[in-house]
Design a protein around this ligand. Structure first.
Ligand code: APR
Ligand code: PHB
Length: 389
């Protein structure tokens, strides 16, 4: 088997890249270790920057997002009972789209199926080979047989635990990591959201977030200690804890019910540099992780694949290597901006067991500064709604 670009991973990064290449007449095969149903069962992020919305429009899959997605012109921050709205429309003339990653993935899968592009689901023992030379290959097992796919380039879109980054010789990669001493316990429930906009709440018991997927489906999170097990949290225990962390007038409005999904995600900042090794390119969670507080994970994956797709199109159409040569440095500039913003939002809003009373006063001073400074609010709004390249 032979193709031009072998894409490892059918998450939003891999599928969007596949769609953009397909539109440019470049052939790609997507190889995914899980089933399509499994990929769609993962509940992930839900906020799209304008740049991500534009990219999905360019990929030709924006129709349902525009019909069903919710345009938000601000977010609410609350700190020990005081609150501050960040008015995106007024501060930076922009907004975000609330539309679940699961739905983005479903739209991309439907488009891929309609175009009859090849996606191999449930590929086992995926291995990437010879990417330091001109003839890279991907080997995998399917239905008991071993298959080898030759290609010009490999796009490593296989997430944080994927095989691509791990296949790079250790000396060729520098990694930067911060693991936070807590996770987010998230719940999805078929109940109307408690408010029209997202609420990010700092409370001495820990951070809480009120988000949504639609006017009738809510997504809520509470900060929990590292190592906590989801089995230890009944739905009632979750709702009680969430209520305690919200302002009383908001807590009173909260509608609760059985969870459709409940899971814990550890918070982490991580970057691998560079993003290119010969003909292997990393994009999305394979290359970097941000804590979810700034809602940047999916958006960063989208901006990586926009740059990578443009670089590959430049290679095939204009026969120029310049886009591929600069992909890593260009993408990393934006990645570090998102890392900084996500780290800052996380630092402001969570309870850190090790920083004590001094740390809490600094957080309070940071929040007060934000409330009193239009420039600080503008900076938050600018970073949240869309980082520049
Ligand atoms: N071979 C093939 N596929 C693999 C392998 C492998 N060895 N390892 C992992 N995969 C697949 C996973 O099953 C998954 O479907 O790669 C895909 C990676 O998808 P995501 O984890 O969703 O990563 P990405 O597409 O980069 O999207 C980033 O996901 O975690 C969120 O917040 C993050 O919203 C951001 C988005
Ligand atoms: C979500 O809806 O899942 C969500 C929203 C905003 C975030 C993180 C997650 O910052």
């Amino acid at each position: 088997m032979r193709t031009q670009v072998a894409i490892i991973g059918a998450g939003p990064a891999g599928l969007t890249l596949g769609q953009l290449l397909q539109q440019a007449g470049i052939e790609a095969v997507v190889i995914e270790q899980r089933s399509a149903d499994y990929v769609l069962s993962r509940i992930r992020a839900g906020v799209l920057e304008q740049g991500a919305v534009d990219l999905l429009d360019r990929a030709g899959i924006g129709a349902r997002m525009h019909a069903e997605g919710l345009v938000h012109e601000g977010i609410e921050l609350s700190f020990d009972g005081e609150h501050q709205r960040i008015d995106f429309a007024d501060l930076v003339g922009s907004n975000v789209m609330v539309y679940g990653q699961t739905e983005v993935t479903r739209d991309l899968m439907d488009a891929r199926k309609a175009s009859q592009a090849t996606t191999i689901y449930e590929a086992e023992e995926v291995t990437v080979l010879d990417f330091d030379g001109a003839r890279p290959k991907v080997r995998y097992r399917k239905n008991g047989g071993s298959i080898e796919l030759e290609c010009d380039f490999i796009a490593g879109c296989d997430g944080f635990h994927g095989v691509c980054r791990q296949s790079v010789p250790p000396g060729a990669l520098t990694t930067f990591e911060r693991v936070y001493p807590f996770g987010w316990l998230g719940i999805l429930a078929d109940q109307p959201p408690v408010a029209h906009e997202l609420i990010y709440a700092h409370h001495e018991r820990g951070f809480a977030l009120c988000s949504m997927r639609s006017p009738s489906r809510s997504r809520y999170y509470v900060q929990v200690a590292a190592g906590e097990k989801v089995e230890a949290w009944s739905d009632d225990a979750f709702w009680d804890e969430l209520r305690r962390r919200l302002n009383p007038e908001i807590a009173e409005q909260l509608l609760t019910g059985p969870s459709i999904e409940k899971s814990i995600a550890q918070l982490r900042s991580f970057v691998a540099e560079p993003l290119r090794f010969g003909s292997l390119f990393l994009a999305g969670d394979a290359a970097h992780i941000v804590p979810p507080t700034g809602a940047k994970g999916l958006n960063l994956a989208m901006s990586d694949v926009r740059m990578l797709a443009d670089a590959l199109i430049e290679h095939y159409v204009e026969h120029s290597a310049s886009g591929l040569d600069t992909y890593s440095a260009k993408a990393l500039q934006r990645i570090w901006k998102a890392e900084r913003f996500s780290w800052w939002m996380t630092s402001l809003l969570h309870t850190f067991p090790e920083t004590g009373a001094f740390g809490r006063r600094i957080q309070r001073a940071d929040f007060d500064y934000l409330c009193g400074s239009r420039a600080a609010q503008q900076s938050l709004a600018e970073n949240y709604t869309g980082l520049p390249d």
